[in-house]
Write a protein that binds this ligand. Structure first.
Ligand code: SF4
Length: 327
């Protein structure tokens, strides 16, 4: 359903002293640096990694909320990156996003029922106001905001964080999209609400025949919803594969470290934490070769010189010389 090919997004870095812009060679943050992957119809593909790894930028590039520096995104074989503004406006109905912060995603001056109805008006769905209102009421009920008339006329600040996120989900789903980007969709909610919202997304996926890109820094959450995952580090994808296989036997040293950091609910099972010391390198000036080499306990000479590319290893894709030389 979605095909991402050699996608890049480089943000120019402005260098100033006070308000004065310096005339120095332009530098860039390589937020997304030549990544490719596919998402099949009906699949939930998780994009995981620490903050600053490029996950959110990737999600926004796929929906073309921001323009790529290079590369292509295909949705059902239509090149999204080549659509005109008018074509894109109509096309957006197919691809919706659920943002991390529902308060920022909603207009504080608009009643939530009206905010959901607005999408129907833009895309000309429903015969008249009455029919649109009825559709909104049904959708409010479906996201468990019941009775719907109690919620339709409220403003976002009158609702809890969980209720606001249900409104954002309702606003996305009412357009009957085929594909949803859930960008840290439950990260800002209380722990008690997170599992309810996760279950709601899982149920809605089946009911509305959806395909998901599930972006998260929390690998533990992907266990419940993702079929496959892609692990990102400093703008690169370092491992892609079936979630269960990666979780059971991670290959890339960064994936191993991420999985070792997932809390173990059973106190008797002790896990050795493998996350290396040190900060993620500065993305303006990333290290040469494998970007993980300054933190990697297995780094070899070649790792510091030449960047590894994704190669198929044991049914998944891994960008690491450890496997390319030995297996
Ligand atoms: Fe470590 Fe080298 Fe593999 Fe990079 S390529 S993860 S530095 S072993």
């Amino acid at each position: 359903m979605v095909r991402v090919e050699n996608l890049k997004k480089f943000f120019p870095v402005k260098r100033t002293i006070g308000e004065v812009l310096l005339r120095v060679p332009q530098r860039f943050v390589k937020a997304v640096d030549n990544i490719s992957f596919t998402i099949s119809k009906g699949e939930t593909f998780g994009l995981v990694g620490e903050s600053g790894s490029g996950k959110t930028t990737t999600g926004r590039l796929i929906l073309r909320l921001i323009e790529p520096t290079a590369g292509n995104v295909y949705f059902e074989d239509i090149n999204v990156t080549k659509l005109s503004k008018e074509e894109l406006r109509k096309f957006r109905k197919n691809m919706q996003i659920i943002f991390q912060d529902p308060m920022a995603a909603l207009n504080p001056y608009m009643k939530v029922g009206e905010a959901i109805k607005h999408g129907l008006e833009i895309h000309n769905i429903g015969k008249n106001t009455q029919e649109r209102k009825l559709l909104v009421m049904k959708m409010l009920e479906r996201v468990n905001l019941s009775p719907p008339e109690d919620f339709y006329y409220r403003y976002p600040h009158e609702l809890s964080g969980g209720q606001r996120q249900r409104i954002v989900i309702a606003r996305a789903l009412i357009l009957k999209p085929k594909f949803i980007v859930a960008d840290e969709a439950i990260a800002m909610l209380d722990v008690s609400v997170r599992s309810q919202l996760l279950q709601l997304l899982i149920d809605l996926k089946t009911e509305f025949d959806l395909t998901f890109l599930f972006i998260t820094h929390d690998l533990a959450t992907t266990k419940y919803i993702c079929d496959r995952i892609g692990v990102m580090y400093l703008g690169k994808i370092v491992e892609i594969g079936n979630f269960k296989e990666i979780y059971k036997d991670p290959l890339h040293p960064y994936t191993k470290a991420l999985i070792s950091a997932v809390p173990e609910p059973d106190p008797k099972k002790k896990k050795k934490k493998l996350m290396p010391e040190g900060e993620v390198p500065n993305p303006i000036n990333p290290p040469p070769g494998c970007k993980f080499h300054p933190r990697c306990p297995y780094a070899m000479d070649i790792c510091k010189e030449k960047e590894p590319v994704l190669k198929e290893i044991e049914g998944r894709l891994v960008a690491c010389y450890l496997y390319q030389s030995q297996r």
